[in-house]
Design a protein around this ligand. Structure first.
Ligand SMILES: [Zn+2]
Length: 328
């Protein structure tokens, strides 16, 4: 049995970032939008560095203009996830891209995404939940509006709140109001930190936003005392090795710190981040980790249990996912 076929739980997946390029090109053609320059000759997304990646990402996202577009996007993304063995995923969704942070418009987008996700659950046996995410480089004012959208729609589908975008824009404390607002609405919290920022960025994020999970968090490895603290406090790391390697954070899979973080007792999970942008899938991540670190089925089983423990959905859904993992 190949590790690629093991059942998987994915915690860190940007909905727009998971858009298959062919889907975006089709939508652009329907809407007569010119996306010249964001695809290479083979039809893959093309960019040189993280900041250009953000621009390409926003250009691709620009053709997603209605709840119906997001319903189609959700179906396309979940078909890919299910094909990779994912049985449960949490996806970052952003009112910035879905209705311009207007609560009424956001509800319409959300209803379309949920309906598509429920259809995928019936047909492909994959369950999806949403984490409303503010975009750091859009600034703290917009993040407040995003948090209010999240608080208004918190419940059995919107289960978390987070922050993504350019980690070097602003300071974590600028977003504390938004995180407090989401926490008071009962949402669970995660924050991107320790990808482009180092150990200090992780410490600042933990102090200001108090998330229970960190998006990436891998640069904690540069500070052994911080690694110990993450392990002791049980902070869950949403590690996306293929993303880090594709963006040049580490020169290759063998130099990626995921194995060292796991051995140091950190709660490590595996996700794809923005899979087609990084030419990856969950099955590919598992295969590459097996190749790089000789991880066996037992190691992947631990990874998946850690991810299941860290899901933000309600207990009934979690129990259902646990059963599905056992059967698989
Ligand atoms: Zn991310």
């Amino acid at each position: 049995m190949s590790v690629a076929s093991l059942p998987k739980v994915e915690l860190h997946l940007h909905l727009e970032g998971a858009a298959p390029p062919s889907f975006i090109r089709g939508l652009a053609a329907e809407k007569h939008v010119d996306l010249t320059g964001i695809f290479d000759t083979r039809g893959h997304y093309v960019y040189r560095d993280f900041w250009e990646f953000l621009k390409v990402y926003e250009a691709a996202t620009g053709v997603l203009q209605s709840p119906e577009d997001y319903a189609r996007l959700t179906r396309a993304v979940l078909a890919d996830c299910a094909a990779s063995g994912v049985v449960y995923a949490e996806t970052f969704v952003s009112p910035d891209f879905c209705g311009g942070r207007d609560v009424g418009a956001w509800r319409d987008y959300l209803a379309a995404i949920r309906e598509a996700a429920e259809a995928a659950e019936r047909s492909d046996g994959i369950t999806l939940r949403g984490i409303v995410t503010c975009i750091r480089h859009f600034g703290p004012e917009k993040a407040r509006e995003t948090a209010l959208c999240a608080a208004e729609t918190a419940g059995d589908w919107v289960v978390g709140f987070g922050i993504a975008g350019d980690e070097q824009a602003g300071a974590p404390k600028d977003f504390a109001w938004s995180f407090d607002c989401a926490r008071e609405a009962g949402l669970r919290l995660t924050a991107h930190a320790g990808e482009w920022g180092g150990p200090d960025a992780i410490r600042d994020t933990l102090a200001a936003l108090r998330p229970e999970r960190l998006g990436h968090g891998v640069r904690a490895i540069e500070d052994p005392a911080l690694v110990d603290r993450l392990a002791e406090d049980g902070i869950v790391l949403e590690v996306c090795p293929g993303s880090n390697v594709a963006l040049g954070l580490y020169p290759g899979w063998r130099s990626h710190p995921i194995d060292r973080l796991a051995r140091a007792g950190c709660k490590v999970t595996v996700s794809t981040d923005d899979p087609p942008f990084f030419h990856t899938t969950m099955a590919h991540e598992f295969e590459r980790l097996h190749d790089a670190f000789d991880w066996d089925e037992g190691e992947f089983d631990r990874i998946t249990r850690t991810a299941l423990d860290a899901v933000f959905c309600d207990a009934d859904t979690k129990a259902r996912i646990a059963k599905r993992l056992e059967r698989a």
